[in-house]
Write a protein that binds this ligand. Sequence first.
Ligand code: R5P
Length: 310
Amino acid sequence: MKILAGNSNGPIAEAIAAYLGEPLTKCHVRRFADLEIFVEILENVRGRDAFIIQSTSYPTNDNLMELLIMIDALRRASAQRITAVMPYFGYARQDRKSASRSPISAKLVANLITRAGADRVLTVDLHAGQIQGFFDIPTDNLFSAPTMVRDIQAREAVADVMVVSPDVGGVVRARALAKRLDAPLAIVDKRRERAGESEVMNIIGDVRGRNCILLDDIVDSGGTLCNAADALLDKGALSVSAYITHGVLSGGAVARIAASKLKELVLTDTIAATEAVRVARNIRVISIAPLVGEAIARIVKEESVSVLFD
Ligand code: R5P
């Protein structure tokens, strides 16, 4: 096995390597003066099972290009199998034609990764499970829910908990978490009037006296989350926390969340935490490195990965 890391998320790459008891393969992923990317793998990888750990988070295009060039370098160095390990798969939200003459960027990215030479993809909480079908190579989509459930059970009085989907699109994900926690489910009926803005319209379910847990795959501007928290508290919720897999957190999102009524936002480490996230009063990060590490170990040994879904 060879584990390589791009520049997008060093901490999770280190944690995954530590879980596996393997050192990260020495390689340079650098910029030329004109910012073109240059990759040099400093160890023999011929015939090896190679895993590149790279989230395509901000700066998305640079991180994607690093991934593609690393795949190319491994292929030309005769790695036997190349797995793109993408804890966060960027461009996933553009997964269908949302308007006439618009792209399906998630499919384009899948094509790029495949054509670069990846043999497999390993990712976490894809925005839409169907994106697996954009690849014609094996694609494992891990779920952070079991890790979140353990954290919730260790911290919350589960009897009072209500799981809330912040929009209609997230109901399947939220329902699955509610089932794992044996908790009821509510739904925020969110209407987005303009791109980049969100507005809460209605709450489906009685949240009075409940400790609400919002569940989502992505927090970007934080608008969805903060508006949902306000609406739930207006309807009589005791408290509102959130569990979100991918902390994209663009622009002033961290400040917005810190200033919100959210008791706590729990993120996973699929995207490296910025300093602002680390010091935010109500943001905590839990690691899914053991989950990804165990999946890699199982892929190497040709064992089942689906046991990690429970
Ligand atoms: C949307 O479909 C996603 O699941 C998230 O709800 C969305 O990306 C959150 O965006 P924001 O934080 O900008 O409201």
